[in-house]
Structures are given as structure tokens and as C-alpha cells.
Write a protein that binds this ligand. Sequence first.
Ligand code: PMP
Length: 362
Amino acid sequence: MNKGLESIRKSVREITPYSMAENRYQIKINQNECPFDLPEDLKQEIQAKFLSRAWNRYPSFTTEQLRRKIADKESVSSDMILVGNGSNELIQIICSVILDSQSTFLIVQPTFQLYAQMGRIFGANLIQIDMNDNFQYPVNDLIELNQANKIALQIYCTPNNPTGSMLTLEEIEAILVVAQGIVVIDEAYFDFHQETALPLLEKYPHLIVTRTFSKAFGLAGLRLGYLIAQPEIVQEVYKAKLPYNLNLFTELTAMTLLDNSNLVSERTRMILAERDQLMHALSQVTQIKVFPTQANFFLVQTPIPPDELFQKLLGEEGILVRNVSHNHPLLADKLRISVGTPEENRTVIAAFEKIFNKSSEF
Ligand code: PMP
């Protein structure tokens, strides 16, 4: 027995690690990424900028230039922005300055798995309540829980991963009115729906909004996220951020992409049009049920065991989707599909038609 293990908190030792199998695939629609890489000429332009800079020097300490660009885009001041190595890092940092064994952390399931993971790592009193059967947020229950408890932190993802469902602004406001601690609205998929909690920031200074460049902006490989909050909250969260958490290459790329925002909006429009076609075509496959969504992914309910359908899609068709069926009882018969390129989506539709038409026993 390694004596060192006893030093590691019991709450950590009990956790199953967040994991991602490395599968071989032809079509990758399992991580809600943007299916399009940056155009070659833009990559070259960024690479040239990167090559002209000194790699032996630390990147910007304040990240002021990037934060100012993001602040301009969001019409807030740059002291309301904190940038991180993906929004994952910001979620971790937020949790680290709030949660301990004395604090209560509220989330709704099923949602992004990292929240619960962080709650456990920091040993918080984690309250998890379920969404309604049709994946709507149980807003009245959330309000009641807030009235009965001092909840230090609650995080809601909207549109929610993996259900695609939303909290409306009115619902978020109703929660903010009764919340006695920090409320985080994770807007990782904001660009696909364009409804944001940002206008609530002025009236409700206990709100934090998080965003990412990993989805609509197509920079998942470079890791950039940001949060927006009142300066006094940013100043506190900032203390837990490691110096130089953002590398030079990511910073340069993000600045260039922010100067090319029409590229992102054009691609987002294309992804949404593709999503609607893909969902419509799959909903014609009578054996499966397609769930409504406001994001670039959606759930399908399958009459055959999801593990089996997952393997069929991967093994026979080379299509890698997300098997969320073990994540939560409400997902037990479901898989999550992200929208791919037009060509990939045609292949996905053909694969579903083939699998379900030929298998009359289902
Ligand atoms: N929030 C949600 C809801 C997500 O789905 C993801 C990525 N799967 C993230 C945050 C993290 O994104 P990143 O760290 O790449 O910014």
C-alpha cells in the first residue's frame, strides 16, 4: 500500500476520473466541436505572427489586449473579463474559490459532467436534482431550494449539454432573485442560440457567465475560454488563476479570429441549417426519437441498446457519436450526436437509414 495515497483526500480517491476513450473513426461527431477547421490562409497568417514572436519569453501577464477585444465584442469593460485555458479551467477556478466542505453546490442533471466532478474534488455538499422528463429545468424546485438553503454556488448550462434544452432569461432572473451565492451560467453553446444572461449582470452582481472558443469558434485544440462578471468578482476569482495560463499561440489565434468574426457567424449559420436538415432526416427514421435542441448537438433515443448502436455506428460506419447512456438514468436509452460537415451529415443519415431499415427485428 502506497502511504502517499492516504494524504489524498478521500473525496478525491472515491471519484471515477473523467475519461474519453480514444476510438478510431472516419466521422467524429462526439464532442460538439465545430466540424470546420480554420481556412488555410488564416492559419498561415496566424503562423506567421507566431513565428515572428519570441518563444523564450512569457506571454502577456495581463492578457489585456485579448481581454479588451473580448470586452468590446460583449460590450463590457475589460476588467469584467478573465481568460482561461478553456472554460473548463475557469469552471475549476470558480469552484476553487467558492467550494469547500462547508459550502453547498447545486446543479441539475443531466448536465456537463465536469461540474459534479469539481464539486466532489473540492468536497462540497453537492445537491443534484433531475431535469423534468422532457429535459426542462425544474425551475420551481430550484427556486424553492434557494429559498430554503444558502447555496454558495450553482451552475446552469444553457443550452444544456447534453440535452440541448434552455433556461429562459426570465427563469435565470427568477433564480438570481432568490440565490444567496454565486450563479454561473455556462454559455458554451451561446453562439447557436444567441440568448445570453449578460444583460442581467448589472442588476445581479452575483452572476458569472462563461463562454468558450471551443465550439462555434472552432478552437477546441487551442484551449480558450473566458468569464464575464462584475469587476469585484473577477478580482477574487483571478487570485486562483495561475500566472500565464494562456499561451502565446492561443492568444494570437483568438485575436485574429476576433478580427474575422464574419467567418464564425457564417459557419454558425451553416451548422444550424445543417442541424435542422440532419434532425429532420433522422426524425424520419421511425424507430428513433430525436430531441429538440438549441445547440449544435442533440439527443436521439434508440430502441436498441445504445451500447449496441454506438458500436454499430463506429464499427460498421466509422461514425463516432457520444454514448451518454451511462451518464444518467434519463439518458439510459440515448446517444448524443453533434452536427458535422454537410458531407458527414449525409453519411450519418444514410447509416441510420441502413441500420434501422435492415434491422426489422427492432
Ligand atoms: N461547458 C460545457 C457545457 C461544455 O460542453 C464544454 C465542453 N464540452 C465546456 C464547458 C468546456 O469547454 P472548453 O474547456 O473547451 O472551453
